[in-house]
Structures are given as structure tokens and as C-alpha cells.
Ligand binder design. Structure first.
Ligand SMILES: *Cc1c(COP(=O)(O)O)cnc(C)c1O
Length: 492
């Protein structure tokens, strides 16, 4: 199936060839079968490739060259904020004073690390307009769940355990209803109106004294700013519910407007999106949560506090929902986000927002006549095109996404949000040059022309990649294929 001449690791194997050298055994050899329960010891050796160190090095280097990442090419994956991750972040995260500390060290020996965490919390509070922040959650979805557990504890503390409903717009990221369900709530879906915004009448009809919270993303997952957000929070607060802000993508509002000023009570942030932590197979995430003073007693413990110029963890928090992550959380990501925030400064973060929004609007206006644009107003950091017109000609959005690979681009997010038919959700981010944006626009326009003139080339794409189009269902159901020798194939 592979088109280049790179042999598979199993084809490189030579019996007896090894890629390591260990000193001679100077302790008695152990018979494993006497230590493991019956049936757990292999009868035959595993079928492993036998190659030299150089061969294995070349094998992995060749594989890495086939990979697509932000450092190798444009990656406009909507709602994922695949921006450039500055390399100074990596340098700071590797400082021996940070990289070599151990989470079980005494607090007195890690005051510098704790100061960075404390300062990062302060910066995130300022950016979100929230009173207190926890860094514990490991990712966005985990942050959503943490905040919802706090909201639940808050209502229960007020004798309002009847508040079992969490409202979620139909355009929301899938993690929103999932987190609400895992936190023990029933989700109620709120409709999107023809302008792509929350349908206020539907919201009014569905809020009541059983509403625990409304989870809103603003700009929403269609890339549109919810202009009625103040009215929305009045409606939700009016029945005693809490406003939850999904701040996974803060690229459209940073240093411009704050969730706290829009009436939100709780926010999560994705340090691995907006704040340049590598993500998508690139490392662990971090999903800090910010809350108002009212919700603060329920924050996960321990809380990082500063007392007489000493940083310490406070455990005496009787109303806390408890710990949600071992040790300090993903400290390496804090260092990267902290480096980013400090090196950008407030003006830099404002410029990020302005360029992210400008780049998305530039692209949207250049492409709107070639595809369908369901929502015509200005977008924020991302926009959603529809491939409805192309579908009528027999070409699906999936085909166009595959065709983009031939131009060296990672495709946008497709078929999301669900309320756009044949959707393509494009997020260019602020870190791309105008030349890169233009070359992507040219590729999209060429694909639109191919659909009119020569649809097979799109339907059968990709043509230039190492392997042809994969069977998506099989890839999901059977992600790991056993290597099959040629003789076996012949016999099959
Ligand atoms: C990415 C994203 C999330 C989930 O974040 P994870 O870190 O992947 O759990 C939630 N909401 C929105 C809008 C997102 O874009």
C-alpha cells in the first residue's frame, strides 16, 4: 500500500541482528514462570523485528518525516487552535531547576516552581476576569467536569439538589454534554437560530428552577460572537442557574473582553490551545478553571496560597470537591503557558486576538463565493463553510478534505458543528503569514474548480501521499493491523 521505497520495519529484519548491547548478566537468571500466574508466560517469543541501532534510527526518522504537524505545515483545524508553539517555551520547560524537581520534594525546596504556578493563576484570573483559579485539571474536558462538580456542590450546599439540568447549545463542542453527563446532570439542548446564535426564546422556554447551569462558548463553535450574552446571563441567573464559559479557544477575545465581565461564573481554559502548549499527540494538556468568589470554596484542594512571602498548599477546605489531579498537575505545560504570557505581555496578547480574527475573516471573504457560507456576518477566530453545493455534484466534504492533503495542508475540522451540513470549520490562527493564508485559499479555490470540471480527482484523493485513502470505518474498528507476510497474503 505504501508508495515510497521505505521498507517496513518487518521487512528489514535479519535473524540475530540486534540494536543494543548490554553487559553480561552478573546476577542469577530468574525463571519468570515461577513468579507469574499460570497462563501468563509466553510459550513462543514475540515476533519482533531484529534490526541494528542505525536501522531503527532511520526507520523512526523516516516515519517522523511523513508526519504533519504545526512545525511542518499549515494546520487550520477549527476549534483546535493549532498555532505555532514558540521554542523558547521548550527551552524554559527544560531548565534543570524545573525539569529535575520531584513532586514529593518538600515545599521549602520548590518555592520557585510554586511562585510560577501562583503567578500563572494570577495572570489567568486577570485574563478571564475570574476571582480564583485552579490549575489542577489535565485538559479542557476535565476542566469542564471540575467546574460542573463545583456548581453541583454549590447548589447542594444551598439546599438546591433539585438543580439537575445543564443547558447546552446544539452547536457546542461534544465535550460539553459529555462532561455534564459524567458530572451527573441531565443535558437539555438549546437551539441555534438562523443567525447561528443561541435561540433566546428556546432558552427562555427551557430554563427553570431545576437549571443548574448554562454552558456557553463565546464566540460559539460556529465562530460567531453571542451578542446577547448579557441578556442570556440575566435569564440564567434569573432562575438561579450558573453561567459556564467554555474557554478552550480564547484566541478571539483575549485582552479584549473577559468572561467575568460577560456574566460568567466559571470558566475553563486550554493552556494547550490558546497558550501555546503543544497538543494533538504532542504532549499532556492543561485545563485550568477560574471561578467567582461565590464558587471558590468548592475549588479542588489543595489551594496554592502565599503566606508571609512563602508559597504553600492549603488543605483545610471543608467544602472542596476534593483533588482532581495528583501532585501539581501538568507542571511542564504551566511553564510553557507562563513563558508565553510573559513574553507576549498584554499588548502582545491583544495583537494575537486581533490577528487571529483578521486572518479568519480574510480567509472567509476570499472563499465565500466558492463554497456555501451559512452565516454571513463577520466571524471571530474561525468560520464554518458548507460543502452543500459540492455535494450536489457528487463530491463530499470528506473528499475535499482528502484532496487538501495533495496540496500539503492538514484539512480543517469537518462535519462539525453538527448543525452545518457538510461543514468545514477553518481556524487559521494568528501565527500564519499572509503568504501561507493565500496559498491555502488558492488550494481551496482550485479544489472548488476541480469539483466542477473533474470531480474524480477529488473523489479519489489523496494522490500524492505515501498511502491512498484509508478505510475510515476499518481504521476506527481495527486500529492496529498485524503485519502480514507476503507468503500469507498469497495463501489467503
Ligand atoms: C478542544 C475543546 C474542548 C476540549 O478540550 P480537551 O483539552 O480536548 O479536553 C472543549 N471545548 C472546545 C470549544 C474545544 O475547542
Amino acid at each position: 500500500m505504501h508508495k515510497d521505497n521505505q521498507p517496513l520495519i518487518f521487512e528489514m529484519t535479519k535473524e540475530g541482528r540486534i540494536g543494543y548491547s548490554l553487559p553480561e548478566l552478573d546476577v542469577p537468571e530468574i525463571d519468570l514462570s515461577s513468579h507469574l500466574p499460570n497462563g501468563y508466560v509466553r510459550e513462543e517469543s514475540a515476533e519482533l523485528p531484529e534490526v541494528s541501532e542505525l536501522d531503527i534510527m532511520r526507520h523512526y526518522t523516516a516515519l517522523s518525516n511523513r508526519n504533519h504537524g504545526v512545525d511542518t505545515g499549515f494546520y487550520p483545524l477549527g476549534s483546535c487552535t493549532m498555532k505555532y508553539n514558540p521554542k523558547i517555551n521548550e527551552a524554559v520547560a527544560r531548565f534543570p531547576g524545573f525539569a529535575n524537581i520531584h513532586p514529593l520534594q518538600d515545599e521549602s525546596t520548590v518555592q520557585g516552581a510554586m511562585e510560577i504556578m501562583y503567578d500563572l493563576q494570577q495572570h489567568l484570573s486577570e485574563i478571564t476576569g475570574m476571582d480564583e483559579v485552579t490549575l489542577q485539571p489535565a485538559a479542557g474536558a476535565h476542566g469542564e467536569w471540575t467546574a460542573l462538580m463545583m456548581i453541583r456542590a454549590f447548589h447542594e450546599a444551598n439546599g438546591e439538589g433539585n438543580r439537575t439540568k445543564v443547558l447546552v447549545p446544539d452547536s457546542a463542542h461534544g465535550t460539553n454534554p459529555a462532561s455534564a453527563t459524567v458530572a451527573g446532570f441531565d443535558t437539555v439542548t438549546i437551539k441555534t437560530n438562523e443567525s447561528g446564535l443561541v435561540d433566546i426564546e428556546d432558552l427562555r422556554a427551557k430554563v427553570d428552577e431545576n437549571t443548574a447551569a448554562f454552558m456557553l462558548t463565546n464566540p460559539n463553535t460556529l465562530g460567531l460572537f453571542e451578542r446577547d450574552v448579557l441578556e442570556i446571563s440575566e435569564i440564567v441567573h434569573g432562575v438561579g442557574g450558573k453561567m459556564y464559559y467554555d474557554g478552550a479557544n480564547l484566541n478571539a477575545i483575549m485582552a479584549k473582553v473577559r468572561p467575568g465581565d460577560m456574566g460568567f461564573d466559571a470558566v475553563h481554559l486550554n493552556l494547550h490551545k490558546t497558550f501555546t502548549g503543544p497538543h494533538g499527540g504532542g504532549g499532556p494538556g492543561s485545563g485550568p478553571v477560574g471561578v467567582t468568589t461565590e464558587l471558590a470554596p468548592f475549588l479542588p484542594k489543595p489551594i496554592l496560597v502565599k503566606k508571609d512571602d512563602q508559597y504553600t498548599f492549603e488543605y483545610d477546605r471543608p467544602q472542596s470537591i476534593g483533588r482532581v489531579k495528583p501532585f501539581y498537575g501538568n507542571f511542564g505545560i504551566y511553564l510553557r503557558a507562563y513563558t508565553y504570557i510573559r513574553s507576549m505581555g498584554p499588548d502582545g496578547l491583544k495583537a494575537v486576538t486581533e490577528y487571529a480574527v483578521l486572518n479568519a475573516n480574510y480567509m472567509m471573504r476570499k472563499l465565500e463565493s466558492y463554497f456555501d457560507l451559512p452565516y454571513k456576518q463577520h466571524c471571530m477566530h474561525e468560520f464554518v463553510l458548507s460543502g452543500r453545493r459540492q455535494k450536489k455534484l457528487g463530491v463530499r466534504t470528506l473528499d475535499m478534505a482528502k484532496r487538501l492533503l495533495d496540496f500539503g495542508f492538514h484539512p480543517p475540522t469537518i462535519y462539525f458543528p453538527l448543525n452545518v451540513e457538510e461543514g468545514m470549520m477553518i481556524e487559521p490562527t494568528e501565527t500564519e503569514s499572509k503568504e501561507t493564508l493565500d496559498s491555502f485559499i488558492d488550494a481551496m479555490i482550485q479544489i472548488a474548480k476541480e469539483v466542477d470540471e473533474n470531480p474524480e480527482i477529488v473523489q479519489e484523493a489523496p494522490h500524492t501521499t505515501v498511502i491512498n485513502r484509508l478505510d475510515e470505518t476499518k481504521a476506527a474498528r481495527q486500529p492496529v493491523l498485524r503485519y502480514v507476510k507476503e507468503e500469507e497474503l498469497v495463501n489467503a
